[in-house]
Structures are given as C-alpha cells and as structure tokens.
Design a binder for this molecule. Structure first.
Ligand code: ADP
Ligand code: F6P
Length: 323
C-alpha cells in the first residue's frame, strides 16, 4: 500500500452527539502525522458530488462540546448503486484521498465495505445513539441520549407525582431496546417495553401498577422503545385496565441532540485517533470499537455478519428491581 498523504472524514446516517468530537480527533491525529485532511459533507453524497472542505487543527476548534455534526449528515440512496460507488471512488482518486474515515451506524459500514472494494482504504467508527452494533460494546452518542432522556423523565416524574398519573414515555430505538433499558433502570420505571421482548402485559404492567398502588405508589413511569409499539395505544390500555390517567410523551429527536457527555467526547476522541493510526499502519476495511473499554478493530464484513445480542442480564435487573 502506498503511504497515506491525505485522508477524508465523513459522517453518515443518523447523527449522534459526539460525532464532532470524533471528527476533531481524526483531524488532529492526522495533523500529528503531518498529513492533510478533507471533510466530506453530507455523508456519501459529498463523495459523489465532491462536496468537501479543507480541515486543519483550527477548523475543528470549538466543536468538541457541540452536538450534531459540523460536516452535516445524510442518507444517500445513489451510493447504494454501483454507479454511485464508482463516482465516489473517482472523487477519492481525483482529490488524492488515500484513506477515508466514516462515522455512522451499520448502514454506513455497508457503504464503507462497498467503497473499500473499489480500492479506497476505509476505516469505520461506530456512531449511533442506539448502541446496537454487535462488534463493539459502545457507540458514540449513547450516553448523551440516555442522559437527555433521563433529564426529561425526571421532570415528568414531578408532574406525574403531583397529579397521581401514569407517564408513558417513548424513547428512540426502532430495532433496539438498549436505550429504553438503560433509561428504564436509571429513572425507576415501573415497566420497560422493548422490541426484543414480548411481555405479558397483565403481569409485567398491570399487576405491577396495582401492586405499586397497594404499597403506596401513586404514580408510574412506563418506558416504551419506539420499536415496541405506539405509546398512545399503551396509554389507552393502561387507562382502560387500571382507571389511572395516562399521559404520553414522545421524546423523539431531542435525544439525538445536545452537548455530548464526557463519556461520549472521550470515546469519540479515542476512536478517532485509533482510526487514523490504523490507516497509517496500512490497514483498511476495519471497524474500530471497544471491548471491555479497550480499543479494538475488526474486519468490516465480519463486523456486519455479527448479530447484535440482546442484553438479557440488563433486562433481568430491570424487571427484578421495578417493584
Ligand atoms: P446508519 O449508518 O445510521 O445505519 P443508514 O442505514 O441510513 O444509517 O445508512 C447511511 C447511509 O449509508 C445510506 O444512506 C447509504 O448512503 C449508505 N448505505 C447504507 N446501506 C448501504 C448498502 N447496503 N450499500 C451501500 N451503501 C449503503
Ligand atoms: O438509529 C438512530 C435513530 O435515532 C433510531 O433510534 C431511530 O429509530 C431513527 O434513528 C430515526 O431516524 P430518522 O433520523 O430518520 O428520524
């Protein structure tokens, strides 16, 4: 492999707080190697259209504390086609991009795998609030999203307590209950509903609410992951069955924004540096991540073939202490 002189960095798919910290780390680590760095804007669209910006240590000043992504993000259907990928590869060649760092979720990794087949050296960094990528224990943005949801739910609890109501809170996670489980444990939810578990409503929700009432609990928080079902339907069932007033809050995209927590800033910075190190070592087609808080890297195809495991230990704790 010829020596790397210029690398590109892009963010793609759903944004996640901490992506900026990852971009900053990629750029600053590249500066340490005395290689130049291009920011590619709007995900893979930027590669197809040559929408790029020069980045240096100063152009990434003041972003470590900001949510969102300074490079914008997008979903790009054209990149899923062979023609789109050829255009992207041609842009890399034209701009002298010897190595590319992509930050996103597993869709973004699929794109990276395709691009690496055209000869572009590619490293992928996991960034998604869902924390649902099998090859890594952690993805950038998860901690911030949990804390954002928690802050809102703590406020909801105050008003639920005053009115003796039940709050049904929908958190993000179309296919994954990770965010819901963390938030459910941390906010003291009476029940947490996740797409991976088909619960018996009678025992897991109604009975817990009734028992709670008998033992003196006057209000409830029920967490529902987006992928489980509609919060309003659940609230209606609760009202019908228990007679308790129920109110719905859909936290939605608020969970995707905001100042990244310390954990996300540090994780993103570590992953960004590691990605550039790998490119400089001549490696390509790898996903960086964490196992037991140690940085790891793994072949992208292998990473994509791994199935994300449901954290049943977490779910157990959740159920046992929700009394
Ligand atoms: P995430 O990266 O958050 O999982 P998406 O699934 O929306 O988000 O993927 C982000 C982008 O990655 C897509 O818009 C597309 O440009 C690219 N991508 C996704 N899947 C593929 C694929 N199978 N082949 C090539 N590119 C893909
Ligand atoms: O993958 C991150 C995520 O926020 C999911 O939790 C959610 O289901 C989805 O993205 C929402 O995507 P969009 O940005 O298209 O609304």
């Amino acid at each position: 492999m010829k020596p790397i002189k210029r690398i590109g960095v892009l963010t793609s798919g759903g944004d996640a707080p901490g992506m900026n910290a990852a971009i900053r780390s990629v750029v600053r680590t590249a500066m340490g190697y005395h290689i130049s760095c291009l920011g590619i804007r709007r995900g893979y669209n930027g590669l197809i259209n040559g929408d790029v910006v020069d980045l240096n240590a100063r152009s990434v000043d003041g972003i470590v504390q900001k949510g969102g992504t300074m490079l914008y993000t997008a979903r790009c259907d054209e990149f899923k086609t062979e023609e789109g990928q050829k255009k992207a590869a041609a842009t890399c060649k034209y701009l002298g991009i010897d190595g590319l760092v992509v930050i996103g979720g597993d869709g973004t990794f699929r794109g990276a795998l395709d691009l690496s087949k055209t000869g572009v050296n590619t490293i992928a960094i996991p960034g998604t609030i869902d924390n649902d990528i099998a090859c890594t224990d952690y993805t950038i943005g998860f901690d911030t999203a949990c804390n954002t949801a928690l802050e809102a739910i703590d406020k909801l609890r105050d008003t639920m307590q005053s009115h003796e109501r039940c709050s049904v809170v929908e958190v993000m996670g179309r296919h994954s209950g990770n965010l819901a489980m963390y938030v459910g444990i941390a906010c003291g939810a009476t029940a947490t509903l996740v797409p991976e578990e088909n619960v018996d409503f009678e025992t897991e929700v109604f009975e817990k609410m009734r028992n709670g009432r008998i033992s003196g609990r006057n209000h409830h928080i029920i967490i529902v992951a987006e992928g489980y079902g509609h919060a309003q339907t659940i609230a209606d069932r609760i009202h019908e069955e228990t007679g308790m007033e129920a109110r719905v809050t859909v936290l939605g995209h608020v969970q995707r924004g905001g100042r990244p927590t310390c954990r996300d800033r540090v994780a993103a910075s570590r992953l960004g540096s590691k990605a550039v190190d790998l490119l400089m070592e001549g490696k390509t087609n790898r996903v960086v991540g964490f196992k037991q808080n140690q940085l790891t890297d793994i072949d992208i195809a292998e990473a994509l073939s791994m199935k994300s495991e449901f954290h049943s230990d977490l779910y157990d704790v959740l159920c046992r202490i929700a009394l």
